[in-house]
Write a protein that binds this ligand. Structure first.
Ligand SMILES: CCCCCCCC/C=C\CCCCCCCC(=O)SCCNC(=O)CCNC(=O)[C@H](O)C(C)(C)COP(=O)(O)OP(=O)(O)OC[C@H]1O[C@@H](n2cnc3c(N)ncnc32)[C@H](O)[C@@H]1OP(=O)(O)O
Length: 219
């Protein structure tokens, strides 16, 4: 029987930027693989062979184990680079990835979703839209200098969001009350930014210092 992999963190001597470049390159290739996987018409025999080959490749990545809540050396939390974020992480095969920037009194995000993110044929899964908006509304809180967690999220799906189409996601804090922030967000196409396809309203709460230390002991 094969022994379970031992914990081998990244060597401390490696430069975070070099690691990030490599992590992003692998993330890019894996996203391409995910897209090819959900769109392929390859015959069964090829699919079986690919499964074997991918299993072999996965075996090479078991050297690094992250303990729960451990923040990787390549990440900055809260509010910075998170290589493995499922929304913005350049290293995540699950992330579109969403690119985030300040925009007036809020933040804007850009991404294109693929067939892997499809719900109704040709259109984005509603859960993906919620994920994009939740993330961006979190960034809006951070940009407003109150890093916070979602406590409620309301979605209004007005028109279907097309896949394989450049999207624009916008979010801003509309008001605050003690540790609470009230946030709105929307998704539109880059081509027609004035027509919101999905809108959202959320309440975010900044954990108090004691709570934050208990939730994120690595910070
Ligand atoms: C150092 C801080 C770091 C923060 C982290 C953010 C980093 C940002 C950086 C970069 C942006 C990245 C973007 C990421 C975005 C992703 C977002 C997510 O996916 S978050 C995961 C899903 N959300 C949860 O798992 C929360 C679970 N909830 C909790 O753990 C607690 O509720 C918590 C810690 C958020 C607050 O707990 P309490 O004990 O400190 O505070 P209490 O007393 O419960 O509530 C405070 C006030 O909020 C109200 N409140 C609570 N829930 C509410 C709700 N559903 N609607 C309205 N108000 C609510 C309460 O009534 C209270 O208000 P009254 O003081 O009474 O006026």
């Amino acid at each position: 029987m094969t022994a379970p992999p031992t914990e081998t963190p990244f060597p401390e001597t490696e430069e975070p930027d070099d690691q990030r470049t490599a992590i992003a390159a692998l993330g890019h290739e894996l996203r391409t693989l995910v897209d090819a996987t959900v769109t392929t018409a390859a015959p069964t025999e090829i699919l079986h062979r690919m499964a074997d080959e991918v299993r072999g490749l996965t075996g090479q990545l078991t050297g690094r184990r992250r303990r729960r809540a451990e923040i990787p050396a390549v990440d900055e939390f809260p509010g910075g680079v998170r290589m493995y974020s499922p929304v913005t992480g350049l290293g995540s095969p699950l992330a579109p990835p969403l690119r985030v920037a300040p925009d007036g009194d809020g933040v804007v995000g850009h991404c294109t979703l693929g067939i892997a993110h499809e719900g109704p044929p040709g259109y984005v899964h509603g859960g993906m839209s919620a994920m994009l908006l939740d993330e961006l509304m979190g960034w809006a809180c951070y940009a407003a200098k109150s890093p916070a967690m979602t406590v409620s999220l309301g979605m209004r799906y007005r028109r279907p969001v097309p896949v394989e189409t450049p999207l624009r996601v916008h979010a801003r804090v509309t008001g605050t009350e003690d540790r609470k922030a009230f946030v709105t967000g929307s998704i539109s196409t880059e081509e027609t930014p004035s027509v919101p396809l999905v809108t959202a309203d959320a309440v975010f709460v900044s954990p108090g210092p004691g709570r934050a230390r208990a939730l994120f002991p690595s910070t």
